[in-house]
Design a binder for this molecule. Structure first.
Ligand code: NDP
Length: 328
């Protein structure tokens, strides 16, 4: 029998946590033959609710679930962690300045990064979901100098999936026939969903759509503002789709991208495509054997360049701000 993989989830009692844990325990994160042990991290006020979720997890009698630990201590939560899903974060509240938000999140992600550094398994893979995800990932990474930098990633897969779905709806082609889409930049309103290298049923997506105005004025803002549209419609922020994207992100990272396709992940930049080195920015990546690589050699046209640059500029400003706060 295989040793269980330790999966740590922070903010486990939150909405996304509730949509995520059952799918991890059922085998959808790592594979139907991989036993898992769940480690749930919560703040003290969230512990009781996490215990309730753990009772429900027990009641599912998942054959792959080999244990659940619940704690409010990051050192315990990340002990031996192979996969760390950092979901819990400080949400922006009314009147909160960006600096305050970054500072509050620094107080969460810095100690978590240190705990990962000191206690996680050698092969730990980290996905940050809690916003501002890219910069929270940067903070955690900076606090974990002994962990290879590339193990810290931020989620742009939800944006990627949203873009796939919008293209499918527009063209009538199923999402399974759409490949090579890219989300560039920050997981924020400045993100840039790029269809110029994408293929729809084997043809260039931009040519199939053949409507630059739709791309600029409908597609891009619809993808970028989808989160707000869901809050407006549902009265609560997206949770199941965010959890689904987290599952997709880790599943692809561990099990690989399909031949001829790629995905989007927020990862530390190596300077590719003019993105300042070290920023955690979304790129087109291929995954294989538990590692990822940036897809190289894509032509970036003027339309794309302007938008990538704007999103990267925002990431640079966030990095400056957390530097100024002594968080990195
Ligand atoms: P959610 O589970 O709905 O969201 C958690 C985080 O995910 C938020 O930062 C949210 O950002 C972010 N997020 C990223 N992408 C999306 C998306 N597409 N849609 C929605 N959210 C997205 O929050 P809850 O308030 O329900 O739960 C948070 C839990 O975290 C609470 O139980 C709290 O106690 C816990 N917590 C735990 C900490 C810890 O373990 N140390 C620290 C802080 C909180 P955004 O706000 O921008 O939507």
């Amino acid at each position: 029998t295989r040793t269980p993989v330790n999966v740590t989830v922070t903010g486990a009692a939150g909405q996304i946590g509730y949509a995520l844990l059952f799918r991890i325990a059922s085998g959808q994160l790592l594979g139907a033959d991989v036993p898992v042990r769940l480690r749930l991290l919560e703040i003290p006020q969230g512990l009781k609710a996490a215990e309730g979720t753990a009772m429900e997890l027990d009641d599912c009698a998942f054959p792959l679930l080999r244990g659940i630990d619940i704690t409010d201590d990051p050192n315990t939560a990340f002990d031996g962690a192979n996969v760390a899903l950092l979901v819990g974060a400080r949400p922006r509240t009314k009147g909160m300045e960006r600096g305050d938000l970054l500072e509050a999140n620094g107080g969460i992600f810095k100690p978590q990064g240190k705990a990962i550094n000191d206690h996680a398994a050698d092969d730990v893979k980290v996905l940050v979901v809690g916003n501002p995800a890219n910069t929270n990932a940067l903070i955690a990474q900076a606090a974990a100098p002994d962990v290879p930098a590339e193990r810290f990633t931020a989620m742009t897969r939800l944006d990627h999936n949203r873009a796939l779905s919008q293209l499918a709806a527009r063209t009538g082609v199923p999402v399974s026939e759409i490949r090579r889409l890219t989300i560039w930049g920050n997981h924020s309103a400045t993100q840039y969903p790029d269809v110029f290298h994408a293929e729809i049923a084997g043809k260039n997506a931009a040519e199939v759509i053949d409507d630059q105005a739709w791309l600029a004025d409908t597609f891009i803002p619809t993808v970028a503002k989808r989160g707000a549209a869901i809050i407006e419609a549902r009265g609560a922020s997206s949770a199941a789709s965010a959890a689904n994207a987290a599952i997709d992100h880790v599943h692809t990272w561990v099990n690989g991208t399909a031949e001829g396709d790629w995905t989007s992940m927020g990862i530390p930049s190596d300077g590719s495509y003019g993105v300042a080195e070290g920023l955690i920015s979304s790129f087109p990546v291929t995954c294989k054997d538990g590692t990822y690589e940036i897809v190289q050699g894509l032509d970036v046209n003027e339309f794309s360049r302007t938008r990538i640059d704007a999103s990267v500029k925002e990431l640079e400003e966030e990095r400056e701000a957390v530097r100024g706060l002594g968080l990195i």
